[in-house]
Design a protein around this ligand. Sequence first.
Ligand SMILES: [Zn+2]
Length: 319
Amino acid sequence: MSPDVYNITLYDTQIMALTSLLLRLNCAEYKNWMKAGYCLQILQSRLQGYIDVEMQRFHRQLRQNMAARQRHTCQCRSKGKQFQPNCAVCKEWKEHILNHHNNKNGEIHWGNCNPSLWPTHYWEVAKVYMPRGQTNSKGPRQCDAAALLNLINSCDHFKVSNITKVREVIKCRNDLMHSSDMKVSSSWLDDFGQKIQELIYEFRHVPSLVNEADQIQEVLLTDWSVDNLSVYEVDGCVADGGENFCIRNSSLDGFSLNELEIQLVSQLLEELYLQKEENGALSEEDQDSVRKMKTFLTENQDLLPVFQDDLKKLEHLLS
Ligand SMILES: [Zn+2]
């Protein structure tokens, strides 16, 4: 860390937070977990525009074959994995949407969408092909990599020559989000790197994605050691905690490691909450994950100000 960069006076809490983050980054497996999470974020940001265009196109094609194309009002409501239409419009749309579903006999999260909006809102149609937890999503920019990749996997509008390549990255993403100690081995990361590059190759007709192959490779190969990190003073970088610094690295594209870490931990917590919401209770494995997350947040005091409410929620999940 060069003195000209690190020339700010840090107060005790800031030093504590800085030390905690750098200590976490000393753990290769934790760093691997963050790198993989960041690669998925790059993938997600580059898929969003493409999916937006494609789903609007898909919606237009569906409408052309439909008698009911106009805005209508009805009382049909979906819930969880159930949807029984009560009106002719929703019935027709449901049938057409299912015709394009690659897993029409499996679980479909109808509760994601508002069926009465299908004729006029393309995204309400897209959400039928996505995993649970998308009810409030208004467009692809509010979706993570898992949601977008599952959409590609489930909707036959996307002609992917080797869909296994998409499914393999979905599986990696699930491994990552179910790794409650937030650690993955270097061999896992190498394997993940290979799979994500193969997925990009499947989408070589999407320029926004192809251009990112090199950036993803750079993230996977970068060290994020103290030597190639820079510390900057930035007001309000970490919410309310008084820790006004950011740790950056050139591979992060303007992001700070602090911000990235907070986003990834938030996603992990969100998965746990969804698990509870969907199943009503937590399995032994999930309870173990909750305990591990609690320990992690308690031991890393610098993250506590950001995740104070989550810590209470986690305690509530175990009670
Ligand atoms: Zn209806």
